[in-house]
Design a protein. Structure first.
Length: 157
């Protein structure tokens, strides 16, 4: 905690906090700052050297989710179905982390065809009827498994 000192206007000085409070606060900071890997069978497993999600410092970062059904491994054909499945996968991982859609701060959508932007928006909007998160949409030349969309997210936990 910092407060203005009486001597010399504008000079800042630290205020002493008793050691007993520092220990409790330090333990809490350590708990918050630890990295935890999040994994669930309710979303497709990672197809490379990464985790489905990692959380720490009060946030959870969900890796890009392909539109694969976690049970069958099948990818839907249309871009609309792929957006819906990718979002379901993101939400399943958030739930496993202890978070949910209302805590999403930002999503990044990687899409193969910007001409499908309107169709993608229509489906995406159904997942956020109120207070949608910040978002980035980027057209890319190719995605793993030749998907049409991949979605990642950052959320509070």
């Amino acid at each position: 905690m910092i407060q203005r000192g009486k001597e010399g206007r504008g000079k800042l000085s630290e205020v002493f906090t008793p050691p007993s409070l520092n220990v409790r606060e330090s333990a809490r900071k350590e708990e918050i700052m630890e990295k935890e890997i999040v994994s669930t069978d309710q979303a497709p497993g990672a197809i490379g050297p990464y985790s489905q999600a990692a959380k720490g410092a009060g946030v959870v970062c969900v890796s890009g989710q392909l539109p694969l059904d976690p049970v069958t491994g099948v990818m839907p054909q249309t871009v609309e179905e792929q957006v819906a499945q990718s979002m379901k996968n993101v939400l399943a991982i958030l739930e496993a982390s202890g978070s949910d859609r209302s805590k999403i701060l930002k999503c990044c959508l990687f899409i193969r065809d910007m001409d499908k932007f309107t169709a993608i928006n229509e489906v995406y909007a159904t997942f956020f009827p109120d207070e949608p998160p910040a978002r980035v949409v980027v057209e890319v030349s190719r995605l793993p498994k030749d998907a049409l969309v991949e979605i990642d997210a950052i959320a509070l936990c």
